[in-house]
Design a protein around this ligand. Structure first.
Ligand SMILES: [Zn+2]
Ligand SMILES: [Zn+2]
Ligand SMILES: [Zn+2]
Length: 156
């Protein structure tokens, strides 16, 4: 006989393990689909609930993706300390970054306008070096004719 509480713990562990295995930020739907593939179907609302509790426990980070979706990532040790992210749009690879200039700026703005209990979210999205590498490779084979020619080739 499995109690509701035990089932919750098992599902929470499964949600957590999907986060730990992944490198980048992932949406609840994505995690939900992975659980299904692993033969551990968990309802989407349950996935959301576990993700939320992992965020509250400081185990996971949540950020808004460029298309406005909440995405989650296991940040381990670093999560307890305030930090920011550099996120690859293509593969989701994420670097944890400290941003002292941002913290100073946020504090200045808050005091200038006399705000208290301020919080902020600053994430940087881009293309990581390895994704850029593959993009450049495929571009060089596909768009050969469009690439600018070196100056010397004209004089020859
Ligand atoms: Zn993080
Ligand atoms: Zn990438
Ligand atoms: Zn900050």
């Amino acid at each position: 006989m499995v109690t509701t509480k035990q089932r919750m713990t098992v599902q929470g562990g499964a949600v957590r393990s999907v986060l730990v295995d992944g490198d980048g930020f992932r949406s609840a739907q994505d995690i939900h689909a992975t659980l299904r593939l692993r033969g551990k179907p968990v309802g989407l609302s349950t996935v959301y609930r576990h993700l939320q509790s992992l965020v509250e426990q400081g185990v996971a980070d949540v950020i808004q993706s460029p298309d406005g979706e909440a995405t989650y990532r296991y940040c381990g040790e670093t999560t307890s300390a305030h930090h920011h992210h550099l996120v690859c749009r293509k593969c989701g690879h994420t670097e944890e970054v400290k941003a002292r200039a941002v913290e100073r700026w946020a504090a200045e703005i808050a005091s200038k306008f006399d705000f208290s209990d301020v919080d902020h979210t600053v994430e940087i999205f881009g293309t990581c070096a390895s994704c850029r590498g593959t993009a450049e490779e495929s571009a060089s084979t596909a768009d050969e004719g469009l690439r600018p020619q070196p100056m010397e080739s004209k004089s020859k």
